[in-house]
Design a protein around this ligand. Structure first.
Ligand code: GRF
Length: 199
């Protein structure tokens, strides 16, 4: 059987999705293994989660780079150095350049807390409430140069409840994210692993 697919997670913050992905990858029959966590923010909580799990970490601080291209090139170098086959964005709050995104086309996925194509961009939960939506949820999609617009891998839907605040809706969506992202990662990893010719 082919080995496990080498996965990197890119994040900027607390890392609860990372935690869910790590747990899923620890299952015996997981086709994927998280071998690297990259943060653009040295204070990201996700770094401690990775370290506690024995996963290698790298900080690529965007403030140290003169351009987006140079920042993305540094991330790309970290990924290639570790022989990464699939990248998961999990709360990564930087826009990536088209060149970087093209280089990882079909091998980079993201989670977004809305039912795309509805409510792209920032504060999608607030957007859903303001629009009077009665359903919302989360989406895992392939990353393409246009933000939050790539092909959809999987979605989970949930009701917006009367009286929901941005905080309560976000919390319920986050629980759904922790179910959806591991499931989507396994689907994509199985597909990519099937494409890799045996060594
Ligand atoms: C999640 O809501 C994710 O959908 C969004 O950023 C948040 C990250 O949360 N892109 P966490 O760092 O995984 O806890």
């Amino acid at each position: 059987m082919a080995g496990k697919l080498r996965v990197a997670v890119l994040l900027s913050g607390r890392g609860s999705n990372l935690e869910a992905l790590i747990r899923a990858c620890r299952e015996q029959d997981s086709p994927a293994e998280i071998v690297l966590v990259v943060a653009n923010n040295p204070d990201a909580g996700g770094l401690a989660i990775a370290q506690a799990s024995g996963i290698a970490t790298a900080v690529v601080d965007h403030r140290r780079f003169a351009s987006r291209e140079a920042f993305d090139a540094a991330i790309d170098a970290e990924l290639r150095r570790r022989d990464i086959a699939l990248v998961c964005l999990a709360g990564f709050m930087r826009l990536l350049t088209p060149g970087f995104v093209e280089g990882w086309r079909g091998r980079m996925i993201n989670i977004h807390p809305s039912l795309l194509p509805a409510f792209k961009g920032r504060h999608p939960q607030r957007q859903a409430l303001e629009a009077g939506a009665t359903v919302s949820g989360c989406t895992v999609h392939y990353v393409t140069p246009e933000m939050d617009a790539g092909p959809i891998v999987a979605q989970e839907q949930l009701p917006v409840l009367p009286g929901d605040s941005e905080a309560s809706l976000s919390a319920r969506i986050l629980e759904a994210e922790h179910r959806l992202y591991p499931r989507a990662l396994m689907m994509v990893a199985r597909k990519l692993r099937a494409e890799v010719p045996p060594a």
